[in-house]
Design a binder for this molecule. Structure first.
Ligand code: NAI
Length: 319
């Protein structure tokens, strides 16, 4: 059967991110062992995955060429770490964002694995030099940072330890492409990687504009969702420069002084607390009250939008 011949992947930690990785690997035809320290958690995760895959199939948004039942047959729960990682080509760690916990887990894995498997962490902010310090198999280690919700937002940041082998980056890059994700190579580790550095630059200036009373919180979000964000779903900020003049050099010639003048007026790092936080919170709650039901409904709406956008992006790929 397909499940006995397919390459195997282990997912360690079956929370929000672990479940998404399991679904993505299964969509690419990989056999997935899902491990968690809580046996209950694995059982619940398999249940949730079944429901989600059925819904995705019904709405025509299931990834990959296999049906939901075939993909579900590829995923099995596992309560023994050694058994979970046995014979796998890739281990995706998805335990809570806690350095000591992750270090302990990688030290444990370091003693179990051979020289072939890739050890990959989903960490959003911990640096590879901290996560993988002192491991025998450090050449096989890297961070593969997904974006929430990973099933609908394909970007994955690959971040190496200074000693990570180029082959480890290459293999993981190819694996991510195989499961339909969009990998990027972060060539040297840096706090926040690339995505969060860009995100925090935006959040910082958004906060300062609201704090200074220049724009309301609701209008600030519209600047992105009805403005910049529309083209950023298709072309990045650098290509935007290239297209908004007669090429990049022409853009720099035309706008460098203006950009530098404005950039010089950026304020200090906001506190993200106190009266401004209260004000922004209240404004957000007008649209989306912060009780679990309203938040969940809004996330579901967001994911539906992202699914339709993914379909559109598939249709409009340039030749
Ligand atoms: P979560 O709390 O939903 O799931 C963590 C799971 O790990 C739980 O099921 C827990 O029982 C299990 N666990 C705890 N200790 C374990 C151990 N020693 N061995 C095996 N399993 C263990 O967390 P979530 O949101 O899935 O995050 C996981 C990782 O993914 C974190 O590093 C986080 O920074 C990263 N990440 C999270 C994103 C998000 O938006 N939630 C986005 C991108 C990355």
């Amino acid at each position: 059967s397909a499940s006995s011949t397919a390459d195997g992947v282990a997912v360690v930690g079956s929370g929000l991110i672990g479940r998404s990785w399991a679904m993505l690997f299964a969509s690419g035809g990989f056999r997935v062992k899902l491990y968690d320290i809580e046996q209950q958690q694995v059982t619940g995760a398999l249940d949730t995955i079944r429901k989600e895959m059925k819904l995705l199939e019904q709405s025509g948004a299931l990834k990959g060429s296999l049906g939901a039942e075939e993909q579900l047959a590829l995923i099995s729960g596992c309560s023994d770490l050694r058994e979970a990682v046995e014979g796998t080509v890739h281990i995706q760690e998805c335990v809570p964002e806690n350095l000591e916990l992750k270090q302990q887990l990688f030290a444990q894995l370091d003693q179990i694995v051979d020289g072939n498997v890739v050890l990959s962490s989903s960490s959003s902010c911990l640096l590879p030099s901290k996560l993988f310090a002192g491991l025998v198999h450090v050449r096989q280690c890297l961070v593969a940072h997904p974006v929430n919700p990973p099933y609908h937002v394909p970007l994955v940041e690959l971040v190496p330890h200074p000693e990570t082998a180029p082959a480890t980056m290459d293999r993981t890059y190819a694996l991510m492409r195989q499961i339909g994700q969009s990998p990027v190579r972060i060539l040297k580790e840096v706090d926040g990687f690339a995505l969060n550095r860009l995100q925090y630059a935006l959040i910082g200036e958004a906060w300062r504009l609201v704090e200074a009373g220049i724009v309301s919180p609701g209008d600030l979000d519209l600047v992105m969702s009805d403005g910049l964000g529309l083209r950023y779903a298709f072309i990045g900020p650098l290509e935007t420069m290239h297209l908004n003049a007669e090429g990049m050099l022409s853009y720099c010639d035309r706008y460098r002084e203006g950009m530098k003048r404005v950039l010089k007026t950026f304020g200090p790092i906001p506190e993200f607390s106190g009266a401004v936080a209260e004000k922004v919170h209240q404004a957000m709650c007008v649209k989306v009250p912060d009780d679990p039901e309203h938040l969940a409904a809004r996330r579901e709406w967001r994911d539906g939008c992202l699914m339709r956008l993914a379909k559109l992006k598939g249709q409009v790929q340039p030749p």
